[in-house]
Structure formats: C-alpha cells, structure tokens
Design a protein around this ligand. Structure first.
Ligand code: BDR
Ligand code: CA
Length: 306
C-alpha cells in the first residue's frame, strides 16, 4: 500500500480510479486540475464523489489553465458536470492550494509519497518549478497520458495527441523530461482494458453505474462499442499488479507546438548530435503492453463486492 496524492480533473474514469485507489492505497489528499471539467467543478466533484463512496480525504484546488496555452473548453463526454449529470452537487468550489500541498507533503515525507496524475500535468509542473528540490524526494509519479501508436493508438483528441498531454503540452514536456521517477501509462495500454456496459452494472456499485451513462452513450455512438476504456484506473493497476505490465525505458519529450502539439515522443536510437532534443534526459518507464485479463480480474475483485 502506497501513500498517494491523487491529482485529477475528475470525470468518469477518474472517479473509477478514485474508488479503486480508496480500496487499495492510503490517500493523503486529492488535488484537482482543469481538464475534463473546469478546476472549480473538479473540486466540487472530488468532494461529492468522496461523499458518495464514503471516504474522507482532504481536497485541494489546483491550476485553472495551462502553463502557456490559452484555456480550451472542457471535454463533454463525461457529462456537463464531469460525473454524468446525475447528482446535485452542494459542495464549494473553493479549497486550499494544490500546488503548495504537493510541495509541503513531499518535503514532509521524503521518498514516501507517490503522485498519481490522471489529468493535465499542470499542478505537477508548477510544483517542480516552484520547488525543484522535491524532484528527488518523490517516491514515484504514475501518469495516465500519451500515446505511442501501438495497435494504432496514437491519439484520442488529435491524430497525434492524447487528451491529458494535449491540454497542457508545456507542463507535460516539463514533467516527462524531468528527473522525477515516472511510470507513464499511455493509450497503448489503456485501450486494451475495456469494460462492457453490463460489466459496469455487475460491479454492484450504483454510483459508478450512474455516473458513466453519458460516457457509455458517447462510446457507443462514436466507436460502436457498448463499454468504455478504463484509462485512469490503470495507474492503480500498475501500483497493485506491476507484473501485468510490459515496460520500455527511454527519455521522453512532448511536442508543444503545431499540428502535433501534445504528442509524446520517446528516444528510439542513439544520436551523437547537439541537436538531440533528448540529450542528457533520464530514461523513464513507459507501459507499452499489458495483460488485460489480469488487470480486469484485479479491478473486478477489488470493486466487485459493492
Ligand atoms: C484521459 O482523458 C480524460 O478524458 C480521461 O479522464 C483520461 O484521463 C484519457 O485520454
Ligand atoms: Ca482524467
């Protein structure tokens, strides 16, 4: 069991991941960020979802916009409110600052804290910009994001880019090229782990079934599949059953401009050139294959009892 800071733009698959984390890890705090919804809505959602699954975890409000890009509209596939538009949400959108919470927590518990980042990486980039000393004090950063083309999965917003990277490519580039100990969980593996509509019902988790209806409708309309990829939950799968994943190791960058903005790229060959954009960067771990049945089995056995 790890001590986690759970960094999220909480939409539907983020909520599934939070439910999974609550049963398998020690949650120190939830930090919110813009992405699937605006940061204020994410802050309200984090509090509401904690109430719905009966956990008490402090919530911190993070960044409201990307480091350098103009803000873009929230995604709509998680519903207007990010949690399927099924619950009244009476909670405040105000909370103490997420970036300071990350910095203070990592300094207070050196080498003990795992960051799970399942939205745009703006809070994490801001934390390491403000406090570079924390880079060597974080135990691990497990990130859902990026795409490397395995099985044709090279992007889900543009042909090149995955949503979390695309939303704030400058933050993503800073984090992925830093010396933080990273495990990246890209679309290459998250698209292999699918849950069918009837399996969501069988989980016997009424809150999860309720919130995912617009997401399932979107998936059926767009992809002809009555189910959904479990994207963000795979960060927890990595923490629970790492042997289910096949990793590659290479330095990483993220494209920040042009038609490929948000594209994750990894160094594939040695290049003795001063123009090498990966020069001097540490190798990071990237999940490129997964035992989908092992991940599904662990997920269902953890959440299935209701
Ligand atoms: C990512 O995009 C978001 O919509 C999901 O919550 C997930 O974090 C998948 O590309
Ligand atoms: Ca997310």
């Amino acid at each position: 069991m790890r001590t986690l800071i759970f960094d999220t733009d909480i939409g539907v698959d983020d909520a599934f991941a939070l439910a999974y984390a609550a049963r398998t890890q020690r949650l120190l705090g939830i930090t919110t960020v813009f992405g699937n919804v605006a940061v204020g809505q994410a802050t309200k959602n984090a509090r509401l979802f904690c109430e719905k699954i009966a956990i008490r975890v402090p919530v911190f409000r993070g960044c409201s916009r990307p480091l350098a890009l103009a803000p873009s509209a929230p995604a709509k596939l998680h519903g207007e409110d990010g949690l399927g538009d099924v619950f009244e949400n009476p909670y405040s959108d105000q909370a103490p600052g997420a970036v300071q919470f990350i910095i203070d927590s990592v300094r207070a518990q050196p080498h003990e804290i795992t960051l799970v980042a399942i939205g745009p990486l703006t809070n994490i980039a801001s934390a390491i910009n403000q406090a570079p000393d924390i880079v060597s004090l974080v135990k691990e950063v497990v990130i859902m994001g990026g795409a490397f083309g395995t099985g044709g999965h090279s992007g889900n917003v543009t042909p090149f880019s995955e949503f979390n990277m695309w939303k704030d490519p400058h933050a993503a580039d800073q984090v992925l090229s830093s010396a933080l100990p990273i495990v990246l969980i890209p679309l290459d593996v998250t698209h292999k782990v699918l849950i069918r509509q009837e399996e969501v019902q069988q989980l016997n988790q009424p809150v999860l079934s309720a919130i995912c209806q617009p997401y399932l409708a979107y998936s059926l309309a767009k992809e002809g599949f009555a189910g959904m990829a479990l994207h963000d939950t795979l960060t927890l799968s990595w923490l629970c059953i790492p042997d289910a994943f096949t990793l590659a190791e290479s330095p990483l960058r993220v494209i920040t401009e042009g038609i490929a903005s948000g594209q994750t790229v990894r160094k594939r060959s040695a290049l003795a050139s001063r123009e090498d954009a990966f020069h001097g960067l540490p190798a990071q771990r990237i999940a490129l294959d997964v035992d989908a049945e092992a991940v599904r089995t662990h997920f269902f056995s953890t959440l299935g009892a209701g």
